[in-house]
Design a protein around this ligand. Structure first.
Ligand code: NAD
Ligand code: IPM
Ligand code: MN
Length: 354
């Protein structure tokens, strides 16, 4: 049988809960479509850090580089500072494997009430292309004179022509396959170097895509418009930090972080892509069995779309089953969607639909 090697990193908090839920569903769908997932599960995360002093082994990336794909739950634990855990596991994988596209689709599904008044199913349908390897996350800088009155911390951004051009081009390409509308989010009124550079590159690349209508919005205004008139967004392209912020907004206006999938992608190199939900380890609900597994399950659908020569039919089955479940008023839903169901109830209902 056609077999795909998946490196699974459940990570911390609800990351472990939603990952096992997603794996159950992915196995069912793979079987229905005549292929299988051979999983290697890695216990990398904050428990490991607390035991052994590192989130993953020194040769962590070498161990997973030959996998067909990586599936991650979430990283982050209240007992260890986030900059330690995230820079010890999640961010090095994105950067090490040069996964420059962080693709995050959001759609208002039937049966889901947006917190925005008057929006109905299908009214909001956008995808964010977030730069994922550099920008504000480059960690260029330092901190000196700790504790003294002349203490200083510098955190610079790093924007390269290659890095900016490739994410912008990918977003334009996506726009040609969707509604032909691209919104670029910057802050070029205040940030006169990186963001003006970004705007210049958007202008240059746009010449190759005359059919795409381009809007350039400042991030403050864009945040407001994502709430005021989200129907005007189709494809969004943004730097690492602005893309991060926009995708939490995009998730909540379409119902919940518990519905928002994400992929870290580079189709040009031989390294695996990594798929993970947009949400984090949610320490406020960990251990209660009430995490919404659908973000992680839809993340699995995205992984299928990028597996081998593309397992689109398998992915579509997942999207359809999730849509059908959400549209069904009698189906179980977790508290983030206003219900009182458990993670396992959602999974078992979904498995029946598959
Ligand atoms: P979070 O995404 O973990 O949680 C934000 C809110 O959304 C919480 O109220 C949480 O209960 C809720 N929520 C998130 N996912 C949910 C789900 N599947 N079902 C139901 N409710 C859900 O963000 P945070 O609280 O800012 O961060 C918590 C930790 O996660 C931090 O350590 C942070 O650094 C980390 N984090 C990791 C990732 C990642 O690994 N990809 C992403 C974001 C945050
Ligand atoms: C995300 C997360 C991460 C990010 C954090 C945990 C470093 O918020 O995947 O959206 O900012 O990329
Ligand atoms: Mn985020």
């Amino acid at each position: 049988m056609e077999t795909y090697d998946i490196a699974v990193i459940p990570g911390d908090g609800i990351g472990t809960e939603v990952t096992s839920a997603a794996m159950e569903v992915l196995d069912t769908v793979a079987e229905n479509h005549g292929f299988q997932l051979e999983r290697s599960t890695y216990d990398w995360g904050t428990e490991r850090y607390l035991d052994e002093g590192a989130m993953m082994p020194d040769d962590g990336l070498d161990r997973i580089e030959s996998a067909d794909s990586i599936f991650l739950g979430a990283v982050g634990h209240p007992e260890v500072p986030d900059h330690v855990t995230l820079n010890g596991l999640l961010l090095p994988i994105r950067k090490g494997f040069d996964q420059y596209i962080c693709k995050r689709p959001n759609k208002l599904f039937e049966g889901i009430e947006s917190p925005l008044r008057g929006y109905e199913a299908g009214d909001i349908d956008l995808v964010v292309y977030r730069e994922n390897t550099e920008g504000e996350y480059a960690n260029v800088g330092g901190r000196e004179h700790r504790g003294f009155s002349n203490e200083v911390a510098v955190q610079s951004g790093l924007f390269t022509r290659k890095g900016t051009e490739r994410i912008v081009r990918s977003a334009f390409e996506a726009a040609t396959e969707r509604e032909g509308h691209l919104t670029s989010i910057t802050k070029s009124n205040a940030q006169a170097h990186s963001m003006v550079f970004w705007d210049d590159i958007v202008k240059e690349v746009s010449e190759d895509f005359p059919e795409v209508e381009v809007d350039s919005l400042l991030v403050d205004r864009a945040s407001m418009d994502l709430v005021r008139r989200p129907e005007e967004f189709d494809v969004v392209v943004a730097s690492n930090l602005f893309g991060d912020i926009s995708t939490d907004i995009a998730a909540i206006i379409t119902g919940s972080l518990g519905l928002a999938p994400s992929g870290n992608i580079n189709e040009e190199n031989d390294y695996p892509d990594m798929f993970e939900p947009v949400h984090g380890s949610a320490p406020d609900i960990v251990g209660q069995g009430i995490a919404n597994p659908l973000a992680s399950i839809l993340t699995g659908a995205m992984m299928f779309e990028y597996l081998g020569d593309g397992k689109e039919a398998a992915a579509e089955d997942i999207w359809n089953a999730v849509e059908a479940q959400l549209a069904d008023e009698s189906a179980p839903r977790t508290p983030d969607l206003g219900g009182d169901a458990k993670t396992v109830d959602v999974v078992s209902d979904l498995s029946d639909r598959l």
